[in-house]
Design a protein around this ligand. Sequence first.
Ligand code: HEC
Ligand code: HEC
Length: 483
Amino acid sequence: MSSHHKLLPITLNKKYITGAALAVVIVITTVLIAGSALGLFPAYLVQAKEMGKSEVFDDAQNMAWEGMQTFRYDTFGDEEFWGGALKLHQAIAGEANGGVGPGVSPQTALAVGLKVDVDALPESLKSDLKAGKVNLTDPATTIALLKLNAVVGVTGFFNKTEDMNMTRENFPSRMNRTTGMTLTSIGIQCALCHSTVDDSFAPGIGHRMDGWANRDLNVGDIIALAPNLKPIADLLGVNETTVRQVLHSWGPGKFDAELILDGKAFRPDNKSAATLIPPAFGLAGVNLHTWTGWGSVTHWNALVAILEMHGKGRFWDPRLNNSVQFPIAAKAGFWNVSVSNPDDDRFTPKLAVLQFYQLALVAPKPPKGSFNESAAKRGDDLFTGKAGCSRCHVEPKWTEPGWNAHKPSEIGIDSFQADRAPDKIYRTSPLGGLWTHQKGGFYHDGRFATLLDVVDHYDKFFGLNLTSTEKNDLVEYLKSLPD
Ligand code: HEC
Ligand code: HEC
């Protein structure tokens, strides 16, 4: 197996981790000794140290680090599809830079919800940006940002690259700094849809926030830019114009992962069949994942990386070999995807660290003042009491320990999306960090615009007889999670 790509970050990482770990150990030991002498620490902390289990924690740190690199920067070889087959890079570069059409300026990129990682920008560029000296209407600037690996979830490939030692100082810019002039391909990462930035520098430009759903991102509009959509059209058995129409129907914050499995682009009411991008944080301790409970994190990660992103690797799910429920997938053989040489599998070797990183991402707490604390406290009592929500949303994961799945009729909605997944159920959504994804609405398709709409739905469906104050208290509680 070629381990070149894999070894670089770990090796450098170890150097940094050894130093950092040493410092941490010294501090912890001092604090523990002083603390336990004063009787301040529970015995288990002292015990863990005495048992010499530190290698477990070292391994955990290494896995989290490598998982973060994978989540942020690994394309799994999918540039052969996005650049190689669809020629998306040509539309981004534009005719003036060797591509086709007008190109994608930073202004356009930000308008379709792409985000810029401020930590990847050199100081000089930051001051030029602040001074308004950077042309944000020129696609050449987008190319420069891609060279810096500053566009979250998108990697540009250039005609020349050089290996760069990744140190703590230049982290998180990537190890292969591109030096060529011509954009030759483009690939995407998990971070495209499941990361955003904190807007600390400017709207759309800031520090990365991994695991947050990017509800500004218009995935369909971006894919529709590709000069060649024939591979998707052929797969779906339609023409390219139809594919473009479907892509433009998704709207911001949405993607239709099931389209390439069942070919269904619209619901019976003619609205788009796309679903909201969910967060990828707060998932540890949760059994079934995705809106319709396709499986575990590792199942879905493999499905997405291989079938949706078109990374290179092995994927196996015999449930897709069902020509009634998944006609497109069954015909295309998506249930059993291989690489001719197992050593060319770019995804499977990353699966463990990728899963580990996602499980390490906790749901972020809401900022102080973003909800009414006393109302939230009353809402908490209603949630577990009169409103009966905790029957399904069990604290503190707000989903059921066990098989967290329900028939559409149990929550009073139609079965369209549930029927597009093997078990025909809706998964009880974990509610931690709800405040981070209020844009785009709630439930799998955003059918409820606000949390009050969600509560109103339950009030009617379960006949809860909630007063308007009680409804408001529940909403404040939902906004407070995971406080
Ligand atoms: C193009 C946007 C996009 C990309 C890229 C993407 N995802 Fe997703 N992700 C989604 C959407 C949409 C869903 C919901 C799918 C569904 O329920 O049918 C989802 C669901 C998930 C879930 C389930 C979350 C939950 O609530 O249980 C996880 C975990 C996840 N993605 C991780 C990843 C990882 C890891 C990658 C990279 C290998 C990735 N995603 C790439 C859009 C994306
Ligand atoms: C019978 C089980 C059940 C009960 C009871 C229940 N829920 Fe849910 N809840 C679900 C399921 C399943 C979903 C996912 C729906 C979907 O994806 O379309 C969900 C989704 C949600 C969402 C949307 C999450 C998101 O990410 O969009 C919120 C908010 C919510 N529930 C709050 C509540 C509140 C408040 C109550 C009590 C009034 C409640 N739920 C009662 C099963 C339940």
